[in-house]
Design a protein around this ligand. Sequence first.
Ligand SMILES: C[S@@+](CC[C@H](N)C(=O)[O-])C[C@H]1O[C@@H](n2cnc3c(N)ncnc32)[C@H](O)[C@@H]1O
Length: 200
Amino acid sequence: MIKGQSIIDKIRSVLFRQDHVCPWWLAYSFDNPLRRYLHDSLLILSPYVKPGMTVADIGCGMGYFSLAMATLVGESGSVISIDIQQEMLDRLKRRAEKKGVAGNIRTVLAAKDDIGIREQVDFVLAFWMVHETGDIPRFLKQVRSVLRDQGKMLIAEPRLHVSSRAFHETLQQAREAGFSIVDAPRVRISRTALLQKREK
Ligand SMILES: C[S@@+](CC[C@H](N)C(=O)[O-])C[C@H]1O[C@@H](n2cnc3c(N)ncnc32)[C@H](O)[C@@H]1O
């Protein structure tokens, strides 16, 4: 944060910079009754996340979606929650314990340029985080390398941060990285794409 900025300016500078990483303290605003109204996590994820799957929530933050994923994969499945901020992962772990789903969530501290996992997964969620990765083509290639054949990835980007043009550029980068765009599910205040790993 820059000394002398008002709190509103600080929040605005965080919100409107394209590649700025969301600080852990701002993530508290990502889990509240309004968020639950806007983003019904079970409704958004249930078409893709099924019992027994291994799924990854990349840029999981404090785990708003990881907790729902853990419920959907059930005891026979597993969730890998990945973030570059340890504070996010620590809070996620505490919330998962409270909810009784910590047993099937594994947290991974990634680097900005490395998603931090090598094992194969059935589904990847990247919710409101792709624009923070900096090098989107590299990020997409790494995700493709850990997705099983025909595996899917749901990308949602915040409309306020990410212009239609920037999002279409990301979709083009996804095609070049070896994905097909198979759907664009409706998610409030977001631009979305469901990607499927394509045979190269
Ligand atoms: C705006 S928050 C969204 C959190 C969560 N997905 C949600 O919807 O509540 C973005 C998160 O992505 C993480 N992030 C940013 N760049 C990342 C990267 N290259 N790899 C993994 N996580 C990243 C940030 O640390 C932050 O927790």
